[in-house]
Every structure is written in C-alpha cells, then in structure tokens.
Design a protein around this ligand. Structure first.
Ligand code: ZN
Length: 142
C-alpha cells in the first residue's frame, strides 16, 4: 500500500483486493490539519492502516499514534493530549442516494483521500475542557 504521508492520499493502484495493512510515519507538521487551536506537538506520528478493498466499498480503519496540543481552557497555555479515537471510513464508487449511509465517493483519479477520516479521529480525541493543571487559576488572578 502506497500512502502519500503529507497529504494522506492512498494510491488505489497500490492496493490488492481484500485486506491491505500498513504502518506509516506521518510528518505531522506538514499535514494540513486545519483544526482551530489544535497543533501537533511531535514532528511525526505513526499511522496504522487496515484497508479492506471490496467490490463496492473500500473500508478504511486504523489508528493514529501521536500527540497534539490545545490551549488550556482557563489560562490558554498549551496542554498536550494524545489521539484516542479510531479511524473508520467507508468509500464507494457508486453511492446509493436513497441510502443514508455515510460513504465518500472514490474519485476517478484512483487517489483515495483519507485526510478527512484521520482529521476526524483527531477532532474526536480533543478533550472537552482541558486544563494545564487541576488548580489552574486562569489569566485573571482577581
Ligand atoms: Zn491553565
């Protein structure tokens, strides 16, 4: 399986039918995460992928190992968190408009863009209200 690790695009020609597995080093600082206030801490992370290439559907699952940071909810100092959510996304050549299943269309180019699926795992891993320490007093001390 060949993955463009900066853009997170899989070349479908590099996949065999059935299950494809791979482990990739992702240059975190080069990926366009586009998540407000969230930035990677490490320069790279590990992406483990299992891509099931079927007749109608390509099922992409996996996990991302890495650390990101978000401002403390009180004092805005950066606080780290790790990715805890799994990646899971279905792609299809011919979506059924009557179906409400969430499937992305596979482009004619044969380049499968999994950036959104990986971004989603990062988004879902963001803790609700993260504090730099439990007794953070915030910016204002009054
Ligand atoms: Zn704080």
């Amino acid at each position: 399986m060949i993955l463009d690790t900066e853009n997170l695009v899989i070349d479908l020609k590099s996949l065999s039918r059935g299950m494809n597995r791979g482990v990739f080093i992702i240059p975190f600082k080069k990926v366009k995460w586009n998540i407000e206030d969230v930035e990677p801490i490490d320069s790279q992370g590990t992406l483990e992928l299992a891509v099931d290439y079927g007749d109608d559907v390509i099922l992409c699952t996996g996990s991302l190992d890495g650390h990101f940071q978000i401002p403390c909810a009180r004092c805005l100092e950066p606080v780290g968190f790790s990715i805890s959510e799994e990646i899971c996304r279905e792609y299809t050549w011919s979506p059924d408009p009557a179906s409400d299943e969430q499937r992305e269309v596979i482009p004619q180019s044969g380049k499968l863009d999994i950036l959104e699926a990986v971004r989603e795992a990062v988004l879902l891993s963001i803790p609700g209200k993260l504090l730099c320490s439990p007794d953070c007093t915030g910016i204002c001390y009054n």
